[in-house]
Design a protein around this ligand. Structure first.
Ligand code: 0GY
Length: 302
């Protein structure tokens, strides 16, 4: 049995989350979440940049039911590298209520891709956040994108806003639907109508194959969670950014909890209160239904 020691300072996920006051529409999908291990069953990757606490499929499914979601999209986290066993195992035990986004190397075989598809995988993730991964050559990633395109899969990309100019040519050449994690991590201390966020909106405007997750206020916020218990103002600096994307591209947005919230050191959000953040960024029933039900269902169960 392999024992793993969690990275020092790394917070555990929030046990006993509150029941959201915002009632999720029927059929809602938590479209960005992870499973970690358990490490003694699904060991973490040798090349990982952090060691998380365990976060099992049973715990994820219990959270789904507690919050009022119907389904999950489980995204491969970097601590598992390109070994997708924990994720695939979760999909297979989900009763068709979970889809997956994996990380693969160019050595993956067509048969392995087919098996993953049968288990519920619908995308690959390319991660460009330097603190999380080692560099992978772009020609290798483009080769993978070309191989998964015929399966109808998409590419999920994770990057920091400052890196978008350098990655632009690669992203805009991808042959699939492209889903951006967490709005491309804007610096929310900059103006929402400033050049950095304008470039991200240009990316979505000029390339109609680009979607965005409007998730992770807890990661992006500089103001922080202070008002979480007093509602309204928690992560208030993220609201204009996320609202802008939801209202401009209502048919190409997704939302997820990001449970179990890797790499958080300052505070760990109560997932129930995170759900209560949704009506601040999707302010009408129609926008909420598109964000939580229609869009993820079309992309992952269509
Ligand atoms: C997220 C965010 C992070 C981590 C990962 O795969 C990962 O390790 O995605 C992060 O540290 O910003 O989306 O879970």
């Amino acid at each position: 049995m392999t024992e793993f020691t969690k990275t020092p300072g790394w917070l555990d996920w929030y046990a006993g989350p509150s029941k959201p006051r915002f009632q999720l529409p029927p059929g809602s999908v938590d479209a960005h979440c992870h499973v970690f291990g358990p490490g003694n069953e699904f060991p973490f990757a040798p090349e990982r940049k952090y060691t998380p606490c365990d976060a099992s499929k049973q715990q994820l499914f219990a959270l789904r039911d507690h919050l009022g979601f119907d389904k999950n999209v489980i995204v491969q986290a970097t601590c598992h590298g390109a070994d997708n066993s924990a994720l695939i195992d979760a999909l297979k035990h989900s009763n068709n209520k979970a889809r997956g986004v994996v990380t693969v190397k160019r050595s993956v075989t067509d048969e392995q891709l087919q098996d993953m598809h049968a288990a519920g995988v619908r995308g690959v993730r390319f991660n460009f956040v330097k603190r999380l991964v080692d560099f992978t050559p772009k020609d290798e990633l483009m080769e993978i994108a070309a191989r998964i395109a015929p399966l109808g899969w998409h590419v999920v990309i994770y990057f920091e806003a400052v890196d978008l100019p350098e990655l632009w040519d690669f992203f805009t050449a991808l042959p699939t639907t492209v889903v951006v994690d967490h709005m491309g991590r804007p610096d929310v201390s900059l103006p929402v109508d400033g050049p950095q966020f304008a470039l991200f909106q240009k990316f979505m405007t000029e390339y109609p194959n680009v979607w965005s997750k409007v998730s992770c206020p807890e990661r992006l916020s500089v103001a922080g969670p202070k008002a979480l218990n007093g509602e309204q103002n928690a992560y208030r600096d993220v609201i204009p950014f996320a609202r802008k994307i939801v209202e401009t591209f209502p048919d190409r947005v997704l939302w997820g909890t990001d449970w179990p919230h890797p790499n958080l050191k300052d505070h760990m959000p109560d997932d129930g209160l995170l759900v209560d953040f949704i009506p601040h960024i999707a302010t009408t029933a129609e926008l909420q239904r598109k964000l939580l039900v229609d869009n993820p269902t079309r992309l992952y169960w269509g």
